[in-house]
Design a protein around this ligand. Structure first.
Ligand code: HXC
Length: 258
């Protein structure tokens, strides 16, 4: 399908989705979120793609949900539209790893979208924030929950109650992001990470992601049980045989992704 507010391109074995509404600093309007969901699902279903990168511009990953689109909505409009649930959570249903490559502003829904991805790679000019309180609302796409789990209560409270932004260095110290790289290296580094993941056995990659994400949803006992069952199930794959045989034979594995 033809997209208007995102760019979607496969580079190597990585599906790259670029949020592309520069005049509005990639504000996340309904159309953009619908297009993002479609692109994510298309790459998830495409065997040529082994990992997905979601990125924005140097100036903004995304400056939040589209305030101008939201401002006149009333309670029934947001409630019956299932605002957020309907369009915003597609990324949570993707089986392939999704890397958020964040430069510039990641504010409000932009920060929440990045946190819904599997990991965040940040440029040194990245700025994270949940400034919804300035608008008379609160985070609505999981920010109060995911930010708190990522950086702890005091920092999350401060950011959500005062709208203070966090720069990339602080975000790295606070464990919000995996790594910080110079802004010019952001996409190359994200692609390198995506290629590495895409070169591995797809079932083990998907199950590793599923297991780590379960840590946010379950007790330790249930999470470890899930991990063990997934671990056992990988012994039913050809790639496990190949991976271990290759090690024993001192050669590179040729994964068949099955
Ligand atoms: C709609 C937005 C926007 C947004 C920026 N723009 N953010 N439009 N929604 N969230 C538009 C501006 O109106 C302006 O358009 C253009 O983008 C450039 O923005 P400027 O403000 O002129 O740029 P700058 O001075 O560099 O300031 C950058 C900024 C500021 C600090 C990021 O734009 C800002 O504070 N934006 C809002 C951030 C925010 O509150 N986000 C949370 C939204 S609520 P024009 O046409 O005027 O030139 C949210 C709720 C999530 O995300 C809940 C779940 C869905």
């Amino acid at each position: 399908m033809a997209y208007e507010m995102i760019l979607a391109e496969i580079q190597g074995r990585v599906g790259v989705i670029t949020l592309n509404r520069p005049k509005a600093l990639n504000a996340l309007c309904d159309q953009l979120m619908t297009e993002l969901g479609e692109a994510l699902r298309a790459y998830d279903a495409d065997p040529a793609v082994g990992a997905i990168v979601v990125t924005g511009s140097e100036k903004a990953f995304a400056a939040g949900a589209d305030i101008k689109e939201m401002k006149d909505r009333d309670f029934p409009a947001v409630y019956f539209d299932d605002f957020i649930g309907k369009r915003w959570e597609d990324v949570l249903r993707i089986q392939k790893p999704v890397i958020a490559a964040v430069a510039g502003f990641a504010l409000g829904g932009g920060c929440e979208l990045a946190m819904m991805c599997d990991l965040i790679l940040a440029a040194d000019n990245a700025k994270f924030g949940q400034p919804e309180i300035n608008l008379g609302i609160i985070p609505g796409a999981g920010g109060s929950q995911r930010l708190t789990r990522a950086i702890g209560k005091s920092k999350a409270m401060e950011m959500i109650l005062t709208a203070r932004m966090m720069d990339a260095a602080e975000a790295e110290r606070a464990n919000l992001v995996a790594r910080v790289v110079p802004v010019a290296d952001l996409l190359p580094e994200a692609l390198k990470m995506g290629e590495k993941i895409a070169s591995l056995s797809a079932p083990s990659v998907a199950m590793a992601k599923e297991a780590v994400n379960a840590a946010f949803e379950t007790t330790l006992t249930d999470g470890v049980r899930l991990e063990r069952r997934l671990f056992h199930s990988l012994f039913a794959t050809e790639d496990q045989k190949e991976g271990m045989a290759a090690f024993a034979e001192k050669r590179k594995p040729a994964f068949r992704h099955r």
